[in-house]
Design a protein around this ligand. Sequence first.
Ligand SMILES: [Zn+2]
Length: 188
Amino acid sequence: MDLLGAESELAPSALVEDSRHAYFMQEALSMGEKALGSGETPVGCVLVYNDQIVGRGMNDTNRSMNGTRHAEFLAIAELLRTYPRSTLQETDLYVTVEPCVMCASALKQYRIRRVYYGCANDRFGGTGGVLKLHSDPSLDPQYPVHGGLFQKEAIMLLRRFYIQENEKAPNPRPKKNRELNTSFEDKD
Ligand SMILES: [Zn+2]
């Protein structure tokens, strides 16, 4: 699928060459790594305002038993502890996985300036994976989205998580399926 979405004007490789984007996405990945270490689905993000990280989030749905505690919501809550809501209009989000439908809608209502994500979310994505809320003209201003930034690293975090989960299951699948898939062929 086209990870870039309709509004993208830059290829992911061009974004990675910009060390600023690489730095912020690596910070998001390290939040995802922290989520993995806590038994959460490894999704991490940072909010960047005036070239500074003003909010960090990782998925927290298992620990809190609250399905709305996605990385984006935690990062926004952190930002709002210090800054007024209007700051989000000048803030960019870097998140390892495409925002889900719930978060994509919230980001729109908060008028996020721009979103950069790692891998697409084919099941729940709200910025192209399933719905295209970011570019829906009917509610709130649209926001541009750039996908595919450190995509492989974001996917590897998810794969490591699903392997761990399967090992914890009462009837683990055969070992063959538990081996970490490190390939990025088109068909996998
Ligand atoms: Zn979400």
